[in-house]
Design a protein around this ligand. Structure first.
Ligand code: GLU
Length: 471
């Protein structure tokens, strides 16, 4: 095999969605696996779209996912002269022709075809234009577009690496425009010129482009250039099998990042979205590179399953280095409004590590991991009224006050010491831990669930523990 060159070719939309991210990932994995080259190219023939705020978030999302490109980013908006040159080549070789039809004329023909319940295909008028008519159009000042001459009948077969053999009837296609009258290339033409000039060997892209493929193949043929291998990756659908969209929740890579999903988890999740390797669910990046293949991508649509993503995220939270994890939690303390930036930066690293170790068994996201900081690191948390009602009865309150007195002198204020003193105090009152554990937790954290009580107390610290028990 020639050395592999693949590309991810987003339109600048200001966001990278899960579908796009998965396409990027499959390209990246394929390139890494075959020691090839992963190219990034922005498809911005619509020059309006060449704006940093539409491009930067895509670059940033790819960086965050760790899908770094080897070449590019290239911008189609900077390659217009190249497309014109390549289009002229086809014109000179008689494989394309000038079309002088005006938008109004084309629209009329379209309406007529629709009224007759026919597919609105170009009728080929300018393919056989007399020189007399051509001169007239030029005199009228009409600017021609360029159309590709395509065979009138026959079939064109896409041998797709994922979808298998897909046939298209040429009668369904017309002599389509490759260069508009204002000199801008059409989408399909720019893609093919880019894929040829960038030496792309495998076109791995979203399923929705399968219908463009026969047109693109005709352009390759016109240039006498061998075809790349096409691989159309199936759609990502929501659970209800409709197209995944905002109303189903998060769809953009940044939304997952902001909800506290780790990039490793999202990459692992996206890899399994349409691709499988036996029953294995958890893959390191190295394993993905080693095991990924286009043949194992399923041709049917993939269903986005948020629960599974959370499950994977939990796995990566549990297995990440606690120190690394704690530094990922720190910015969430600010984002969630728990601490100011200065306060968050001042929290000692060991304390964050302790917090992470205590909660990571049950947290599914960095947000869930950061939330307990409200009661661990601040007094700014709320009490669940039901829990208060149920557990903070006068009898328990008296016990909690006694406990506050007993804990006042504990030194050092560690989980083990706090536990020892608490048990001794309860013994002296003829009570067991189960009599006071929940009231104590509610008094200290405002809620009935959480991590180990004594570890939690150590983290909250003596002063706050005693104040909350007394209050
Ligand atoms: N620009 C296209 C898109 O964002 C991708 C086209 C291609 O990969 O050929 O959907």
């Amino acid at each position: 095999m020639n050395s592999v060159r693949v590309r991810f070719a987003p339109s600048p939309t200001g966001e990278l969605h899960v579908g796009g991210a998965r396409t990027a990932l499959f390209n990246w994995l394929f390139a890494r696996k075959h020691k090839g080259v992963f190219i990034l190219r922005f498809e911005d023939t619509d020059v309006e779209r060449n704006r940093p705020e539409l491009i930067e978030p895509i670059l940033e999302s790819l960086r965050w996912l760790g899908l770094l490109w080897d070449e590019g980013p290239y911008f189609q908006s900077q390659r217009f002269s190249l497309y014109r040159e390549w289009a002229d080549r086809l014109l000179n070789e008689g494989k394309a022709y000038k079309c002088y039809c005006t938008p109004e004329e084309l629209e009329q023909k379209r309406q007529r075809a629709l009224a007759a319940k026919q597919k609105p295909l170009y009728d080929g008028r300018c393919r056989h234009l007399s020189s007399h008519d051509e001169e007239r159009f030029i005199r009228e000042g009409r600017q021609p577009a360029l159309r590709l001459k395509i065979p009138e009948s026959g079939t064109i077969v896409v041998n797709d690496a994922i979808r298998g053999r897909v046939e298209f009837d040429l009668a369904e296609l017309d002599d389509f425009i490759i260069l508009r009258s204002d000199g801008r290339p059409t989408y399909n033409f720019a893609v093919v010129v880019d894929d040829i000039t960038m030496g792309i060997t495998h076109v791995i892209r979203a399923d929705e482009h399968l219908n463009n493929t026969p047109k693109q193949m005709l352009i390759y043929q016109a240039f006498g250039h061998p075809l790349p291998i096409f691989a159309h990756v199936p759609m990502v659908l929501a659970k209800d099998r409709s197209k995944l969209s905002k109303r189903h929740g998060a769809t953009a890579v940044f939304e997952f990042r902001d909800r506290g999903i780790l990039p490793e988890a999202l990459v692992n999740y996206l890899a399994r979205l349409g691709w499988s390797y036996g029953n294995q669910e958890i893959f390191s990046r190295e394993e993905l590179i080693e095991k990924f293949s286009l043949e194992a991508v399923h041709p049917s649509a993939a269903i986005f399953d948020e629960e599974k993503l959370l499950w994977l995220n939990q796995h990566y939270l549990k297995t990440s280095d606690p120190k690394d994890l704690s530094e990922l939690v720190r910015p969430f303390l600010i984002k969630l409004g728990i601490l100011s930036e200065a306060e968050a930066n001042a929290v000692p690293s060991e304390k964050l590590v302790q917090m992470v170790m205590l909660f990571r068994e049950r947290a599914r996201t960095l947000v869930e991991l950061a939330e307990p900081a409200r009661y661990l690191l601040t007094d700014n948390f709320s009490y669940d009224p039901e829990a208060v009602q149920k557990f903070l009865t006068p009898e328990k309150i008296a016990l909690l006050e006694g406990l506050a007195g007993a804990l006042a002198a504990v030194e050092p204020f560690t989980a083990a010491e706090v536990e020892r003193v608490t048990r001794a105090y309860l013994d002296s009152q003829g009570k067991a831990l189960k009599d006071l554990a929940q009231p104590c937790r509610v008094a200290l954290t405002g809620r009935t669930t959480g991590a180990g009580l004594f570890e939690t107390m150590e983290l909250i610290g003596r002063e706050r523990v005693i104040a909350r028990l007394r209050r």
